[in-house]
Design a protein around this ligand. Structure first.
Ligand code: NAD
Ligand code: MG
Length: 393
């Protein structure tokens, strides 16, 4: 039966990879809605190819421009704003929602998809970090299916027992081994890190990704966010997870069992593999990814993460341990810090300093309502902006 998809953030790196999988299976998947912030040109091309019922742009002005690009006979209705994002995420016609907006902006529509009982293909880790308990409740109460798209979490999901019910011990699991490439600055000293530029930071050695996650990979914040993501997804504690730096990015993560077995998922660093797996689970479909050539790879290396020079990983662990609104504050401060670094307003090593200062000033609250989480998010953004000049010095 044809599955109808909404792709939140269709013009981004994950969005385009998702559409490439759809393109290979026109009988199996149809696009209900595509959404984007501003990229009107790319959106117009995607509409011409996939003919969605709806296209949503963040700003009304971008929606107007997009309408002027579409032919008169176009059957795609163009909408704008957050309410429209929520509408296309929860529409009754939709079976699957790819959550691939970057950052906190993805929270409301992703939550709406969970509440509406969709298959939620979760790439937008920030929404789970901000609102983990609330999000997992929404999945359960809405009767949704949550499929992790982040390559590490998808690998863990594939290496877990198929009937995993949220208790590591009863399934004989000792540890989750969360792999990290180490990013472009692995092995650099603090003095060297102080000099790195945005263009060096976004040049990831193995993966081609959006700018924000590329900087997160360079600071190791991405691994910190992923550690929190894994705790919520697999219902475990931070101590159950070990971060393993594996520079080749061939093993995408592993599960260690009590009998000494370690199960891993290996593959090319190509997001179409986890995307296709999430879309077709429990079946497997062609994803356009070439087979792994182990002779070509020849060796796999493993190291411990450097939490001294890459403080973001430690900050994420602290935020998760504090609980409540702290992970939302960590995430928001990070988004502001990354934006400032990309705009060359602060240096690379000021990213963790800024986040730490914001966390220190935060008065922790329970994160049991969406309002409390959004309030903490906006407080942290204001706080980070007010501290910016101090850390930039
Ligand atoms: P990207 O920057 O390439 O794309 C982001 C998409 O979100 C674009 O379509 C953009 O138009 C849209 N968007 C941005 N800001 C928005 C806003 N305020 N409101 C509405 N839409 C907005 O990012 P990406 O690399 O595709 O990453 C998307 C998400 O997937 C992130 O949460 C990232 O952490 C996660 N992820 C990405 C990869 C990867 O390989 N790229 C891997 C794992 C997880
Ligand atoms: Mg990842």
């Amino acid at each position: 039966m044809t599955q109808w998809l909404t792709i939140l953030g269709s013009t981004g790196s994950i969005g385009c990879s998702t559409l490439d999988v759809v393109r290979r299976h026109p009988e199996r998947y149809r696009v209900y809605a595509l959404t984007a912030a501003r990229s009107v040109d790319v959106m117009a091309e995607q509409i011409a190819e996939f003919q969605p019922r709806f296209a949503v742009m963040s700003e009304p002005s971008a929606a107007d421009t997009l309408r002027s690009f579409l032919p008169d006979h176009s059957e795609t209705q163009v909408l704008s704003g957050v309410e429209a994002l929520v509408q296309v995420a929860e529409a009754p016609e939709v079976d699957q929602v790819m959550a691939s907006i970057v950052g906190a902006a993805g929270l409301l529509p992703t939550l709406a998809a969970a509440r509406a009982g969709k298959r939620v293909l979760l790439a937008n880790k920030e929404s789970l970090v901000m609102a983990g308990p609330l999000f997992m409740d929404a999945i359960r109460e809405g009767g949704a299916e949550l499929l992790p798209i982040d390559s590490e979490h998808n690998a863990i999901f594939q290496s877990m027992p198929h009937d995993y019910d949220g208790d590591l011990k009863t399934k004989g699991i000792r540890k989750i081994l969360l792999t990290a490439s180490g990013g472009p600055f692995r092995g650099k000293t603090l003095a060297e890190l102080e000099q790195v530029t945005p263009s060096q930071a976004v040049a990831h050695p193995n993966w081609s990704m959006g700018q924000k996650i590329s900087v997160d990979s360079a600071t190791l914040m991405n691994k910190g966010l992923e550690l929190i993501e894994a705790c919520f997804l697999f219902h475990c504690s931070a101590e159950d997870i070990q971060v393993v730096v594996h520079p080749q990015s061939v093993i995408h993560s592993m599960v260690q069992y009590c009998d000494g077995s370690v199960l891993a998922q290996l593959g090319q660093p190509d997001m179409r593999t986890p995307i296709a797996y999430g879309m077709s689970w429990p079946e497997r479909i062609e994803a356009g990814v070439k087979s792994l050539d182990l002779f070509d790879i020849a060796r796999l290396d493993f190291q411990e993460p450097d939490e001294e020079n890459f403080r973001c990983l430690r900050l994420a662990k602290e935020a998760f341990a504090a609980g409540g609104t702290m992970p939302a504050v960590l995430n928001a401060a990070n988004e502001i810090a990354v934006e400032a670094f990309l705009g060359e307003r602060i240096g690379f090593t000021a990213i963790p300093t800024l986040i730490e200062r914001v966390m220190e000033q935060h008065q922790l609250q329970a994160a049991d309502t969406l309002e409390a989480i959004l309030r903490a998010d906006s407080w942290a953004r204001d706080c980070a902006k007010s501290l910016m000049t101090e850390v930039a010095l």
